[in-house]
Design a protein around this ligand. Structure first.
Ligand SMILES: Nc1nc2c(ncn2[C@@H]2O[C@H](COP(=O)(O)OP(=O)(O)OP(=O)(O)O)[C@@H](O)[C@H]2O)c(=O)[nH]1
Length: 334
């Protein structure tokens, strides 16, 4: 304390100087009439690596070192303040350091029309390097998080597909079909809407494997799944592979009659189809047996509806295959 000058004004100056130092602020003063930098910016120019004689004498010298993308916004902020539209001037900009790097700074300033000083623009500059670095780090973090989120969503979709789809054919697996069937059973019972189930079995499929090999057998299974998926209403009906060469289709808002018509279309589609064998030397063909059943009042679960359709399928097999049988409602109590 003993170093401080006793004079009040000197004391005041010293306090100001210490405050500026402690807060990292650089005081400046510009003469707007002449464009002269009257005072300051010493610290900034030193921080940027410039020698004393390279410091700015004119406002134009500062603009010359400013990043071209920032000039317009700084000029606009000054203009707004001069026109009295802002209480104080504030701007953010990059200045070229001597080593060629762009360094972020900010300015606060105020226009003073003083009888002693004249038209002066007085303010402070301070470094925004830390703030901008944090902003950039945050932005990079955000980008990474967004990417990771998108990847998680993709993985979730893949997981869902793995859990619900049959890997050979892409139609639903047995577990998921049963879940959907049970849900639709509940809905149909509650609202008294028709619900029909098709059980489809490839005839003499063992012979396909024995004749053409297992891989060709897989190609045939895929072709049957594809045909089923093409014949039903997308996003309304549900096709599932419920066994090796057995499929089920849950048909919403569908009567037994409409179910029989669809079954016939599928039967015909497969009867007309040939599948090129895996070795490319032949063509495999198969037929289908299909059991069709509509939900009846005797059904206590979706499983009961499966039993009815399975009985109809058994009859189709028993009566010679390559045919359709519907569950006879008059025997539904049995
Ligand atoms: N290629 C292949 N064959 C399978 C697959 N799953 C089951 N199979 C075969 O399908 C055949 C089913 O034979 P069966 O149940 O005796 O019935 P089928 O020969 O179709 O005769 P019917 O149903 O009575 O008309 C068996 O030979 C199984 O090995 C599979 O994913 N791929």
């Amino acid at each position: 304390m003993s170093d401080f000058p006793v004079d009040e004004q000197d004391l005041y100056k010293k306090r100001l100087q210490l405050t500026l130092e402690a807060s990292g602020l650089d005081l400046w003063e510009n003469n707007l009439s002449t464009g002269e930098v009257v005072f300051g910016l010493t610290k900034i120019f030193a921080d940027l690596g410039y020698d004393k004689e390279e410091e700015a004498d004119e406002i134009g010298d500062i603009f010359a070192l400013m990043h071209p993308d920032d000039v317009a916004s700084v000029e606009q902020a000054i203009d707004e303040h001069i026109k009295g539209r802002t209480e104080r001037y504030y701007s953010e900009f990059r200045i070229l350091a001597k080593d060629g790097q762009w360094v972020w700074y900010a300015n606060y300033g105020k226009l003073i029309d003083d009888a002693v000083f004249g038209d002066r623009f007085i303010g402070v500059s301070f470094s925004l390097a830390d703030k901008k670095r944090h902003e950039e780090e945050l932005l990079a973090l955000n980008t990474r998080l967004t990417e990771q989120n998108a990847q998680l969503e993709r993985m979730n979709l893949e997981l869902h597909a793995l859990a619900t789809r049959d890997s050979l054919t892409g139609v639903y697996n047995r577990r998921h079909l049963m879940e959907i069937g049970e849900r639709e059973y509940q809905r149909s019972r509650r609202f008294a809407h028709p619900l029909t189930l098709l059980l489809i079995d490839i005839d003499f499929f063992k012979q396909v494997n024995d004749t053409w090999g297992h891989v060709t057998g897989d190609l045939v299974i895929r072709a049957v799944a594809e045909c089923c998926a093409q014949q039903v209403r997308e996003a309304i009906d549900t096709v599932g592979r419920i066994g090796g060469e057995e499929f089920a289709i849950v048909l919403l808002e569908t009567s037994l009659e409409a179910g029989l018509t669809l079954a016939e279309r599928i039967r015909q589609c497969i009867a007309d189809m040939t599948v090129a064998t895996y070795d490319g030397e032949g063509e495999a063909s198969v037929t289908l047996s299909i059991g069709v059943a509509q939900l009846t009042s005797t059904c206590r679960s979706f499983h009961d509806l499966m039993v009815l359709a399975d009985r109809a399928l058994y009859r189709a097999k028993h009566e010679g295959r390559n045919r359709i049988q519907g569950h006879d409602v008059s025997t539904s109590a049995s």
